[in-house]
Design a protein. Structure first.
Length: 131
């Protein structure tokens, strides 16, 4: 077995220098590609430095968005101009429940499970167990 060599300080400095050069070249390449798409007369844009400026929203826009959201919440809560929840429930006919399991079906499943557990306790395998 051989041990992995630990790079020396000079090797690490060289690696950092190369990484910086690569980063600089990638930036130049990106700016060249941007100017070629825009046209040959366009001047290459300098890469941004520092944090991006946040976009500001006007007070009118914020108020408009807030009013729309309040209207959505009111509609969801049933507080719109329409009938209230209580009156809607009173008018709506009782819906027949779809799916689910009947009490007889539940009893059959419970009996089958008890039989499986009893078989397991005896030491045998369950009737539908995978072999």
């Amino acid at each position: 077995m051989s041990t992995a060599q630990i790079p020396s300080v000079t090797q690490l400095q060289r690696a950092v220098h190369i990484a910086e050069q690569i980063e600089k070249l990638e930036g130049e390449l990106a700016s060249l590609l941007r100017t070629e798409r825009a046209g040959s007369t366009a001047v290459a844009a300098a890469p941004r430095s520092g944090p991006r400026k946040r976009r500001r929203m006007s007070a009118q826009a914020r108020a408009k968005i807030a009013a729309a959201q309040r209207a959505r919440w009111a509609k969801a809560k049933g507080k719109s101009g329409g009938p209230s929840k209580a009156s809607r429930k009173a008018k709506a006919p009782a819906k027949k429940r779809k799916g689910g399991i009947t009490p007889e079906g539940r009893a059959r499943l419970a009996a089958a499970m008890r039989a499986r557990w009893a078989e397991r306790r005896k030491g045998g395998s369950a009737p539908n167990a995978k072999s």
